[in-house]
Write a protein that binds this ligand. Structure first.
Ligand SMILES: NC(=O)C1=CN([C@@H]2O[C@H](COP(=O)(O)OP(=O)(O)OC[C@H]3O[C@@H](n4cnc5c(N)ncnc54)[C@H](OP(=O)(O)O)[C@@H]3O)[C@@H](O)[C@H]2O)C=CC1
Ligand SMILES: CCCCCCCCC/C=C/C=O
Length: 332
């Protein structure tokens, strides 16, 4: 019998999440039996903390549920011949240090995964956030060479890939992030222009200075006031990919913003929300392309690693506050 540590949502978040909203519990896992439902015992090696956990917890969870989430896990016992002991998978196991599975919802890391590459990248640049950048740019923004792409939360898991893929696609890229260290990183990985949205005196002026002719594509991770201002700087027929709205996830009272209809009409813009799972049938294509670019050094990555399963809530809260450069990961 294995005792698993799990993190439970003790209390629905009100405003910004607090460590007291979570409870660390221990649960007993049943032994695997020949012919039984549970075929696999896994231990989490890396866990992901992501912004979606904030809005999805309210939509999909009740108090007392184990927190939703994904991990890279190692198979430690197997009664399923498709998974050998020692193999690594990406799982939707939630915030659990150990768990059991029937194997249906597990994705083996590609056999071509190079030894030199951290397996945690399967939760970031070569995982769901990388795919979000890939499909958001290709299918929603439909970027074309020579265009100018704007991305916010640019030094994060999704944003940093968006900027680099837009460069590979022959675009000019402008990124905004919340610290000077992040801005320096964006320039290092090839962004043409980058600025700290927290220290500029006027966001409108900073956007205009970075691209006086405006923007063809806007990959919006932030929403709120930023998006309301940026919409006015789109070029005619510009495309806005509404990927996330992290500036609004912790609001108890909905923000009242300026309204986007007038610039959308006069500039004939297209604005489209999306969820990366729309392209689940093309997951292999996206992962293959991302892995190739990473191996060629065309897409660089950075991870913000928090040590210790007991620090999951702190890592999640830290990511929402902007403490992460690149993908926020917890190493068990
Ligand atoms: N539609 C989809 O399918 C998907 C959507 N997403 C969305 O993409 C966005 C980025 O996700 P991800 O890359 O994983 O996260 P990040 O790695 O970018 O981490 C979140 C970042 O958001 C920034 N941030 C936090 N609060 C604010 C605020 N009030 N205003 C501006 N920026 C803020 C912080 O960076 P800074 O220091 O720059 O402020 C922080 O580091 C999120 O909105 C997420 O919900 C993600 C995956 C899939
Ligand atoms: C329990 C794991 C669910 C993983 C699904 C990931 C979909 C992310 C969509 C994100 C939306 C906004 O952040």
């Amino acid at each position: 019998m294995v005792t698993a540590k799990v993190w439970v949502l003790k209390k629905h978040f009100e405003g910004f999440p607090k460590t007291s909203d979570f409870d660390l519990k221990k649960i007993e896992l049943p032994n695997l039996k020949d012919g039984g439902k549970w075929k696999l015992l896994l231990e989490s090696v890396f866990l992901s903390v992501d912004p979606y956990m904030r809005p999805y917890s309210r939509r999909d969870m009740k108090e007392g549920d184990i927190m939703i989430g994904t991990q890279v896990a190692r198979i430690i016992e197997s009664k399923n011949s498709a998974f050998t002991v020692g193999a690594f998978v990406v799982a939707r196991g939630g915030w659990r240090a150990h768990f059991i599975s029937d194997g249906k919802d597990l994705q083996l890391l590609p056999s071509s995964w190079p030894e030199s590459l951290p397996k945690s990248l399967a939760l970031g640049t070569v995982g769901m956030p990388g795919l979000t950048a890939y499909f958001g740019l290709l299918e929603v923004c439909r970027m074309k060479p020579g265009e100018t792409v704007l991305v916010n939360a640019a030094a994060g898991a999704v944003g940093s890939v968006v900027g680099q893929l837009a460069k590979i696609g022959g675009c000019k890229v402008v990124g905004c992030a919340g610290s000077d260290e992040k801005v320096a990183y964006l320039k290092k990985i090839g962004f043409d222009e980058a600025f700290n949205y927290k220290t500029v005196t006027s966001l409108d002026e900073a956007l205009r200075k970075a691209s006086p002719d405006g923007y063809d594509c806007f990959f919006d991770n932030v929403g709120g006031e930023f998006a309301s201002i940026a919409v006015n700087q789109m070029k005619k027929y510009g495309r806005i990919a509404v990927c996330g709205a992290i500036s609004q996830y912790n609001d108890s009272v909905p923000q009242k913003g300026s309204y986007v209809q007038v610039p959308m009409i006069f500039k004939e813009l297209r604005m489209e929300g999306f969820i990366v799972t729309r392209w689940n049938n093309r997951r292999e294509e996206g992962l293959k392309a991302l892995l190739k670019w990473v191996m060629e050094g065309k897409v660089k990555y950075h991870e913000h690693v928090t040590e210790g399963f007991e620090n999951m809530p702190a890592a999640f809260i830290g990511m929402l506050k902007g403490e992460n450069l690149g993908k926020a990961i917890v190493k068990v």
